[in-house]
Design a protein around this ligand. Structure first.
Ligand SMILES: Nc1ncnc2c1ncn2[C@@H]1O[C@H](COP(=O)(O)OP(=O)(O)O)[C@@H](O)[C@H]1O
Ligand SMILES: [Mg+2]
Length: 1019
């Protein structure tokens, strides 16, 4: 459940949960309403007091101080020049704006560029972006930002990158030739520019085309104080290579050239002519200019500079003449003679004759300057054409285009002249275009949404356009008429003509026509137009002259003689000569504007209005008066009024419902029906009045911003409650999740633990079983330890033996004979001690000893049952220690008889069945003799005091070594056993002796020798 809930609340979570995800960055328009007190609103359309210039200004100011330089009026973008680098043009920013809907992110030039591009791609139609604003407001920067955005966001291939580089690099070239430092802007464009970017059906930029408008040629020969000529002149003089300068006859010093010093500011800190020169040089080759083109181009720039330095002197009649002018040689390879003639004379054609009339000095200067302007102006057009050739796309498949129009905005100076008239006329035309296109698209949207179109009052500036351009009656017609008519036409006659023809027009006023109050604000030579953006007063002085832009016919002829290919191309011999007068400047301009309007009318419009916050080019400074002025002249209020003609706010049902559904219990958390029904239910709950909104086919239209704001504020309040609920749910969900995880983990651990314990128990039991077996065997072995070795005790005995020997190893006595210091062996190993004893007694002494070593000793050789009970009864008290069968040889006659020899604690007994034949108390045992040979004979010597006592015993015993060792232990006399050689003497009875002789032989034998001795032969 929690999961489902969270899923449904995703949108809300985006706002509530602090997260750095991409989603949070998508602060959509409605979301930003929250902070509107601080950062203003992102769309002027939502200004409740949309007719108030002050409210508009306040909003701009708030945003400007928060570094929010962009604000929308619907889809129009207002941009305030920050005069500082903002971190909003990075690649990352571009990525953020790519493919995102207009209102999903804060206003940005990238949003506009991206939306224009995406609309073009999806609808496969053409668009244009009109960028307007005062000089220095940021138009050119804006157009560059758009171009850069496309350079990064459009698909790229090697070929496309080539086009992209040309598009980008055409900019520095055009800026070098067409931009200049003015008082308003260090890089002011002195021409209007319309650039088409052509895209193929996959969105790749495949080509471009540039149209230029009304280059300010007068700048070539004259600059106001604090202004400069076009950048290219300074770049060449400052940055040009030594060789190049020498070849062009130039010196590296701008002060030498009259055309460069009039503004008295050749050097500007914000401009680096040297490095700009390098950029331009490089760009020229990228846009496909050949080396000879480039040489010719710089030849022209140098020639213009030289031309400016030409001086005229007056001859005796006051006519201009050229004396010793060094510059002449550098002028475009034109023969000196021709040039001199051309600069000092005017050709007049009279009937079939050609007459040269000399110039006065002033006239000559005028003609020289006119020529310089013409040369520069035509070269500029040539350059634009060249760039167009390099941008041209040869592929004939269908293309769509986005046009970028970087054009002068409304200009109002203290003194306004012909140029301002043209420029402001241009803006009137563009405003007309805007009105037509905007109203058209508004109407279309209403129609599409099925909403009735309600005509709303707004100012249509068509009346002013007509005033200027109407055939025969318009100001342009009147001006041309005045320029062309024979007779003495002057600026003032032009003024009178206007007063005469259009004097009654509500948007036209002059000193003469004005009422008392207005008259005070007008000079005699002024006329005032009430433009859509406000009043502008023009001074008629210079209108005729500038409109004529006279270039004497022979000036052109002179140029035709140039060796410079560009000049030749710019002054073609096929040019219609003076028989048909060339079109006046204003007519040319009017025609080019008509052309432009036609181009634009067929495209979808997007607008960028640039505003300059202060005159000092300072960051952070917002000059209220200046901005108010621009808001007015940019027609922002008019624009807003048109936008707001119907409804302030419109959104797709889905988007509206998604955001505001928490405000109604029926739509929260999920609406089951269609989005439109959901919205209807929602607004019913919110209590919208019927005249506050309209339901279109796919969108809701809200008439006043205050309705939307109330909804938004309610949402802000509700959001916190919701946030708490969501958080609680989420926490619960998370804790539950954690608990389940822990429980699972605990179960797992328990299972493992139990398994391990069980395995251990099983092992223990298995061990116990084995242990038991071992134990039982051990016990059995223990119980049978005294039995002869058998399966029952073998293991036990082995263990005992092993353990004793291990212990013994550590505690061996110094010598074998230190009897007491031997570790007490276990019974089965008593034998070992005995064997050691045997070894001490017989080793190396008796021959058959080695054979005895491996024969284990036994405790006894006759078991108790085999000894007569009678005997046992008699000797029991002495404890029987050992018994062994023996052969006794009679002392007399040596007859062998089987007997038992029994050792007790006290004595040795010779037993014959139930009879004790002889008792030998150990105290009376003198010793025991054995031979050194392999026989088994032993002779027990006894003390014999009286004759009744029996004498020594001669015995043969198969267990001789065992018996004697036991005996020696029992009697505890080591030296009682003697190993002898040859013969043993023994007492038969006191005083009577016998002998036993030992020898070795082939066969073992025992017999009575002839000498009466017992002879024992052993092997
Ligand atoms: N978006 C911007 N960010 C930073 N500086 C800007 C911006 N727009 C303009 N400027 C500054 O203002 C100057 C004038 O801008 P520019 O586009 O040449 O004006 P215009 O073409 O309207 O005469 C630029 O050289 C630049 O220093
Ligand atoms: Mg510009």
């Amino acid at each position: 459940i929690a999961f489902l809930l969270i899923k449904t609340l995703t949108t809300c979570l985006i706002i509530f949960l602090p997260s750095k995800s991409h989603e949070t960055k998508r602060q959509n328009m409605e979301a930003s309403l929250t902070a509107r007190d601080r950062v203003g609103i992102q769309d002027f359309v939502l200004l409740d007091t949309y007719t108030s210039e002050t409210a508009c200004l306040d909003n701009l100011r708030k945003r400007f101080h928060e570094n929010l330089i962009y604000t929308y009026i619907g889809t129009l973008l207002v941009s305030v020049n920050p005069y500082k680098e903002l971190d909003i043009y990075s690649k990352k920013q571009m990525d953020t704006y790519m493919g995102v809907n207009f209102f999903e992110l804060p206003p940005h030039i990238y949003a506009l560029a991206d939306n224009a591009f995406r609309t073009m791609m999806s609808e496969f139609n053409n668009h244009f972006i009109l960028i307007s604003g005062e000089s220095g407001a940021g138009k050119t920067e804006a157009s560059k930002k758009i171009l850069q955005f496309y350079a990064v966001s459009c698909p790229s291939t090697k070929v496309l990158n080539n086009v992209r580089d040309r598009l980008l690099l055409s900019n520095p070239v055009l800026e070098a030739f067409g931009n200049a430092k003015t008082l308003k802007n260090d890089n002011s464009s002195r021409f209007g520019k319309y650039m088409d970017i052509q895209f193929d059906h996959q969105g790749g930029a495949v080509g471009g085309h540039i149209l230029s408008y009304l280059l300010e040629k007068s700048r070539v020969v004259h600059q106001n104080h604090g202004e400069r000529n076009f950048h290219i002149f300074y770049q060449l003089v400052e940055g040009g290579e030594e060789d190049l300068l020498r070849w062009l006859g130039l010196e590296r010093n701008c002060k030498h050239y009259r055309y460069l010093v009039q503004g008295n500011c050749a050097k500007v800190s914000s401009i680096n002519d040297k490095s700009d020169w390098k950029t331009v040089r490089k760009a020229l080759s990228v846009i496909d200019l050949s080396e000879s083109d480039i040489e010719n181009l710089f030849g022209i720039i140098a020639s213009v500079l030289h031309m400016g330095n030409i001086k005229f002197e007056a001859d005796a009649r006051g006519y201009a003449m050229l004396n010793n002018n060094q510059e002449m040689q550098w002028l475009l390879g034109i023969p000196n003679q021709v040039l001199q003639q051309g600069l000092t004379h005017r050709k007049i054609e009279a009937k079939s004759e050609e007459v040269f009339s000399p110039f006065s000095v002033d006239h000559a200067v005028y003609a020289r300057d006119a020529l310089a302007k013409a040369i520069y102006g035509r070269t500029f057009s040539w350059l634009v054409n060249k760039i167009n050739e390099s941008l041209a796309n040869m592929d004939s498949s269908r293309k769509t285009v986005i046009g970028l129009l970087d054009i002068y905005g409304f200009e109002v100076f203290s003194v306004n002249s012909f140029e301002q008239f043209c420029i402001n006329y241009c803006n009137e035309k563009l405003q007309q275009l805007f009105i037509e296109l905007t109203l058209k698209s508004e109407q279309e949207e209403y129609e599409m949404e099925g909403i009735e179109w309600e005509p709303v009052p707004y100012f249509n500036n068509k009346i002013i356009c007509d005033l200027v351009e109407e055939k025969f009656r318009g100001i342009i017609s009147l001006l041309d008429e005045e320029c062309l008519r024979p007779g003495e036409a002057t600026d003032l006659t032009f003024l009178e003509k206007m007063e005469d023809k259009i004097g009654g027009h509500p948007h036209f006023v002059t000193h003469k026509l004005a009422d008392q109050k207005t008259r005070k604000t007008l000079k005699r030579g002024d006329f005032r137009l009430l433009h859509y953006a406000g009043e502008v007063t023009y001074c008629v002085v210079g209108f005729l002259d500038k409109n004529n832009d006279l270039l004497y016919r022979n000036g052109k002829e002179v140029m035709r003689q140039s060796k410079n290919a560009i000049i030749k191309h710019c002054f073609p011999s096929t040019e219609p000569d003076s028989k048909r007068r060339p079109e006046t400047v204003v007519t040319q301009f009017k025609n080019s504007l008509v052309g432009l309007t036609e181009i634009l009318m067929m495209k979808e419009p997007w607008y960028v209005r640039c505003i300059k916050p202060n005159e000092a080019k300072q960051p952070g400074h917002f000059d209220d008066v200046l901005v108010r002025h621009q808001v007015k002249y940019l027609g922002l209020m008019e624009h807003l009024r048109v936008r707001r003609a119907g409804f302030a706010y419109r959104r797709k049902y889905e988007v509206f419902l998604q955001r505001y559904k928490p405000l109604c219990p029926d739509t929260w958390p999920n609406w089951k029906g269609t989005a439109a029904e959901g919205v209807r239910c929602l607004i019913k709950h919110l209590g919208y009045k019927s005249d506050e909104y309209k339901m279109g086919r796919t969108k809701i239209f809200i008439r006043h911003p205050r309705t939307l704001f109330a909804t938004e504020d309610a949402f802000q309040v509700c959001k916190h409650k919701l946030a708490t609920r969501i958080q609680a749910k989420y926490k619960g969900y998370k804790v539950k999740g954690d608990y389940l995880k822990q429980r699972e983990a605990a179960t797992k651990i328990e299972t493992c633990w139990r398994g391990m314990m069980a395995r251990r128990e099983r092992q223990r039991r298995a061990w116990a079983v084995t242990d038991l077996l071992i134990c039982s065997r051990f016990i059995k072995g223990f119980m049978n330890r005294h039995q002869p070795a058998c399966t029952d005790n073998s293991e036990y005995l082995a263990f005992v033996r092993h353990s004793y020997l291990t212990r013994l190893k550590e505690n061996l006595p110094k010598t074998i004979l230190e009897k007491d210091s031997w570790l007490t062996p276990p019974p089965i190993l008593q034998e070992l001690l005995l064997k050691a004893q045997t070894s001490a007694l017989f080793k190396g002494k008796k021959e058959n000893y080695p054979f005895s070593v491996c024969r284990p000793f036994a405790d006894t050789r006759i078991c108790a049952e085999d000894i007569s009970i009678k005997v046992l009864q008699m000797i029991q008290h002495e404890k029987v220690k050992y018994s062994v069968p023996v052969v006794k040889y009679d002392r007399n006659g040596f007859r062998p008889r089987l007997r038992q020899l029994i050792f007790t604690q006290e004595a040795a007994y010779l037993v014959e069945e139930a009879k004790i034949k002889q008792r030998i108390d150990y105290s009376s045992l003198k010793g025991v003799s054995v031979s050194n040979l392999s026989d088994n004979f032993l002779i027990l010597h006894v003390t014999c005091d009286d004759s009744k006592q029996k004498g020594d015993l001669v015995l043969q015993c198969d267990f001789l070594f065992e018996a004697l060792t036991k005996l020696s232990v029992i009697v505890n006399k080591q030296n009682c056993i003697h190993v002898v050689q040859g013969s043993v003497r023994f007492d038969i009875q006191p005083g009577r002796e016998g002998f036993v002789d030992f020898k070795s032989g082939q066969e073992s034998m025992v017999y009575r020798a002839k000498n009466g001795h017992l002879m024992v032969v052993s092997l």
